[in-house]
Ligand binder design. Structure first.
Ligand SMILES: Cc1cc2nc3c(=O)[nH]c(=O)nc-3n(C[C@H](O)[C@H](O)[C@H](O)COP(=O)(O)O)c2cc1C
Length: 405
C-alpha cells in the first residue's frame, strides 16, 4: 500500500441518485487504502443507501439531514467542522439537483452548507439520466463549477438503471479512486509537460497463430504513466499487448508489433518533454511472416530467419529535440551495469534504469522491482519497492534532472 495514501481524510457527500448503491463500495475501498472517511447523506440519499452500512464500513457516525439543525448533533456545526477536518471533499453520485445546489451556493441543507463552507479540493461525480445530463441547465451548472476550480469528472457511458443507453453512469470505484488519488497526490511538478511512456511486450508474428514475445507484464510502464498523470503531466502510454486496464486519464495507444511501437513513438516524439521507454520491445522478427499456419512435417526441423527490428531508443536518441529527457530501461541477465552503461552512451539517453531480471522481486511479472538508475554523469541511484513506489522515485529523479536543464 502506498504510504502517501495513508490517513488521508475524505469527506464523502452522497446525493440521492440510483448510483448511490455503489457508495459503500467506494467508501470501503478508501478504508482499505488507509484513509479516514466522514460521510454526509442528503435526505434523498437516505432512501437509496443505508446509513448503517456506511457507518459500519467507516466506523463513524453518518451525517444525515436531521443532524443539521438538531440540538443533539447540530452544536458540532458539522457543515464547518467536517470541511475543516477534510483533505478533500468528494460527492459521488452527484445528482442534477446537488450540482445545482453547488453551483447556486444554496445552503439550506447540511450538504449545501458544507459545500459553501468548503475550501478544500472538491471532486464531483455527476450521475444521472442522459437527458438530465445533457440539459442546458445541468451543463451550465457544470461549466460554472469547473470555472470555479472544482473538478467535475465525466460520467461513463452504457446502460443506465432508468433503461436509457448513454452517458450518465457513475464510474466504478477503481476509476473514481484514480481521480481522488490524483487530486490527493502531493507532487504536481510535471504540470504542463507531455510525458510519453512505452510499456509491455511486443508480439512479432511468425504466422497467423504464433509469435515471438517475452514475459513483460507492462506493470512498470503502467505505474510510470499513472504517477506521471498524478503529477499533473499530459501522458501518452504506448502499450504492447498486456492484461492490464488502460490507466485512467491518459492517452492510450495500443500496439502489437515493434514496428507499430516505433511508429507511435515517432508520432509522439516531437511533442514529448519526457520519454520513458519501459517496454520490452522485441529485438528480432521473422524476415517474412508466413501467411498461413505453418504445418508440422514429420521429423523436419523448422528454421526461422530472424532480422533485427529498428532500435527505437537509439533512433529517439539520435533525433532528441533540445530539452527532451529520454530514459531507457535495460533488462539484463548478466553484466547488468556494464551493458546498461553502454546503452546509455550509445543511445544518447539521459538516464537508464537497469535491472537484473533474474533477481527475486525484480523485472517481468512481479509487482515489485529493483532498479539501478544510471545517470549521464555516472552517478548511480538504487531504487526498490512496489512498482508504484519505484515509479514515483524514478519520476523524482526525472524532475530533478529537468530542473537542472
Ligand atoms: C428511483 C429514482 C432514481 C433517481 N436517480 C437519479 C439519478 O441517478 N440522478 C439524479 O440526478 N437524480 C435522480 N433522481 C432524482 C433525485 O432523487 C431528486 O432530484 C432528488 O431531489 C435529489 O436530491 P439530492 O440531490 O438532494 O440528493 C432519482 C429519483 C428516483 C425516484
Amino acid at each position: 500500500m502506498s504510504q502517501w495514501k495513508q490517513n488521508k481524510k475524505i469527506l464523502f457527500g452522497i446525493s440521492g441518485g440510483i448510483a448511490a448503491y455503489k457508495a459503500p463500495d467506494i467508501l470501503h475501498s478508501w478504508i482499505k487504502a488507509g484513509c479516514e472517511v466522514e460521510t454526509i447523506l442528503t435526505k434523498s440519499a437516505e432512501e437509496f443507501v443505508s446509513p448503517l452500512v456506511l457507518a459500519t464500513l467507516s466506523k463513524k457516525h453518518i451525517w444525515c439531514e436531521d443532524d443539521f439543525l438538531s440540538a443533539d448533533k447540530g452544536w458540532k456545526i458539522p457543515h464547518i467542522s467536517l470541511t475543516e477536518w477534510a483533505d478533500i471533499f468528494v460527492i459521488a453520485p452527484c445528482t442534477a439537483s446537488t450540482l445545482k445546489t453547488c453551483a447556486d451556493g444554496e445552503c439550506s441543507t447540511l450538504l449545501g452548507a458544507a459545500l459553501l463552507a468548503n475550501r478544500k479540493p472538491l471532486v464531483l461525480f455527476p450521475a444521472m439520466n442522459p437527458n438530465m445530463l445533457s440539459h442546458t441547465e445541468t451543463q451550465e451548472n457544470i461549466k460554472k463549477l469547473i470555472s470555479r476550480g472544482c473538478k467535475v469528472v465525466d460520467p461513463d457511458s452504457g446502460l443506465l438503471a432508468c433503461g436509457y443507453e448513454g452517458k450518465g453512469r457513475l464510474p466504478s470505484s477503481n476509476i473514481v479512486n484514480e481521480h481522488i488519488w490524483k487530486e490527493l497526490f502531493p507532487k504536481k511538478d510535471l504540470r504542463g509537460l507531455h510525458v510519453v511512456v512505452t510499456a509491455g511486450p511486443t508480439h512479432e508474428y511468425i504466422d497467423p497463430v504464433r509469435y515471438i514475445s517475452n514475459p513483460s507484464s507492462g506493470k512498470m510502464g503502467y505505474a510510470l504513466a499513472k504517477y506521471a498523470w498524478y503529477r499533473g503531466a499530459e501522458v501518452t502510454l504506448i502499450s504492447g499487448p498486456t492484461s492490464l486496464m488502460p490507466p485512467v486519464g491518459i492517452n492510450f495507444i495500443s500496439v502489437t508489433t515493434a514496428e507499430e511501437m516505433y511508429n507511435a513513438c515517432m508520432e509522439n516524439n516531437s511533442t514529448a518533454d519526457i520519454i520513458i521507454m519501459a517496454a520490452a520491445v522485441g529485438d528480432f522478427k521473422v524476415e517474412k511472416e508466413f501467411s498461413n499456419k505453418i504445418k508440422r512435417e514429420e521429423n523436419a526441423p523448422l528454421a526461422l530467419h530472424l532480422v533485427q527490428n529498428e532500435d527505437i531508443c537509439a533512433k529517439l536518441g539520435k533525433m532528441k529535440p533540445d530539452g527532451q529527457i529520454l530514459i531507457g530501461f535495460a533488462a539484463e541477465t548478466q553484466n547488468v551495469m556494464e551493458n546498461a552503461q553502454k546503452k546509455l552512451e550509445s543511445k544518447n539517453l539521459d538516464m537508464i534504469a537497469a535491472n537484473n531480471v533474474l533477481v527475486d522481486g525484480a523485472g517481468f511479472q512481479f509487482d515489485t522491482n529493483v532498479l539501478s538508475l544510471i545517470m549521464k554523469n555516472g552517478k548511480i541511484e538504487e531504487i526498490s519497492g512496489t512498482k508504484d513506489d519505484v515509479a514515483d522515485a524514478l519520476l523524482d529523479f526525472v524532475v530533478t534532472k529537468r530542473q537542472g536543464l
